[in-house]
Structures are given as C-alpha cells and as structure tokens.
Ligand binder design. Structure first.
Ligand code: ATP
Ligand code: MG
Length: 162
C-alpha cells in the first residue's frame, strides 16, 4: 500500500549539516518528498508531537533538545513508507542502532549517558520518524497543512509502482 509518513531532522542533525545526506538516502530508495519545511518547534508543538511520552522521565530533556534549534520536517510517500523509513532510520538508541541506518551511522549516544551525564540535553538521535500508520496520520496533520503537501509524479514511479 502507498503510505505517507512524517520525518524531521532534529536540531543535532541540522546543526551538523546532515540534512542533505539524510534526505539523499530517502530519495535513493525512491521515496517521494511530498512536503518539506524548516521550522523552530515551540514547547506546545513538541508536547503535542510527543503526547504519548509527556509523563515519562526522559520527556523534559527531549523537549529541551527538540526546541533548542530549527528542525527540517518532511512528509515522505511510498509503498510501505512507514516501516521502510523506520528501517532506514534505525533503532531509537544510536549505540545499538544497526550500522547502515541513519542513527547507526551518524550518532553514537547510549541511554546510560543520555539519562546520566547528559541528562539535561536529551538523547541526540538525529531524526524522528513516525512509528506506525496511525502515528503517521496524526503527525502529518500536526506538522503540515493541506496546502503544504504536493501531488506530483516522480519519473521512477513508473518503475517502482506497478
Ligand atoms: P522518535 O519518536 O523521536 O522517532 P523513537 O520512535 O525511536 O523516536 P520513542 O520511544 O518514540 O522512540 O521516543 C521518543 C524520543 O524520546 C526518542 O527519540 C528519544 O530522543 C527519547 N527517548 C526515548 N526513550 C528514551 C530513554 N530511555 N532515555 C532517554 N531518551 C529517550
Ligand atoms: Mg517515536
């Protein structure tokens, strides 16, 4: 099934100049960028985005981290896009994320350090990606208005979709 999913390069990825390299990976597998923007998320926006985590111990540092600088958000479309993008992004903890994934290749932080010496800073793991289809629908609505999403055809859609 053709799906849409939401990603955003977190402030660590933007500040490290990784935006182009990250989106190159999505484009290379044939995913279509249907919306994209830079924004500096405020606390209220991050609270809505991570509503499921608000009560967790790690939430305050996550909020500090995500509001510490601009992010680059995008909606990606493709066959099975939600799980495909999670596979490309890799596991939550960069230390254990598989090599070849974005988090495994561009970061090395572990939970112990993020919850200990770096507690105020949050787990810097470069990128967010929706966890499932339901999350993707809600997150796309939260981050993008209808007129910020575009309907067009990629040349290679001919070869990747029927
Ligand atoms: P994201 O939603 O950012 O793509 P994820 O879906 O891989 O990440 P979640 O469980 O949704 O993981 O956690 C949201 C964010 O909260 C993580 O990206 C990370 O920054 C932070 N986080 C999650 N678990 C922990 C933890 N045990 N210690 C510190 N930070 C954590
Ligand atoms: Mg998540």
């Amino acid at each position: 099934m053709v799906e849409q999913t939401l990603v955003f390069v977190k402030p660590d990825g933007v500040e490290r100049g990784l935006v182009g390299e990250i989106f190159a990976r999505f484009e290379k597998v044939g995913l279509k960028i249907v919306g994209m923007k830079m924004m500096h998320a405020d606390k209220a926006h991050v609270q809505k985005h991570y509503a499921a985590h608000l009560e967790k111990d790690f939430y305050p540092p996550v909020e500090n981290f995500i509001t510490s600088g601009p992010v680059v958000a995008a909606v990606l479309e493709g066959v099975g896009a939600v799980s495909l993008v999670r596979k490309i992004v890799g596991g939550t903890e960069p230390h254990s994320a598989a090599p070849g994934t974005i988090r495994g290749d561009y970061a090395h932080m572990n939970y112990a350090y993020a919850d200990g010496p770096a507690k105020a800073k949050g787990l810097r793991n470069v990128i967010h990606a929706s966890g499932n289809e339901e999350e993707a629908k809600a997150e796309i609505e939260l981050w993008f208005s209808k007129d910020e999403l575009f309907d067009y055809k990629l040349l290679h859609e001919k070869h990747t979709r029927g």
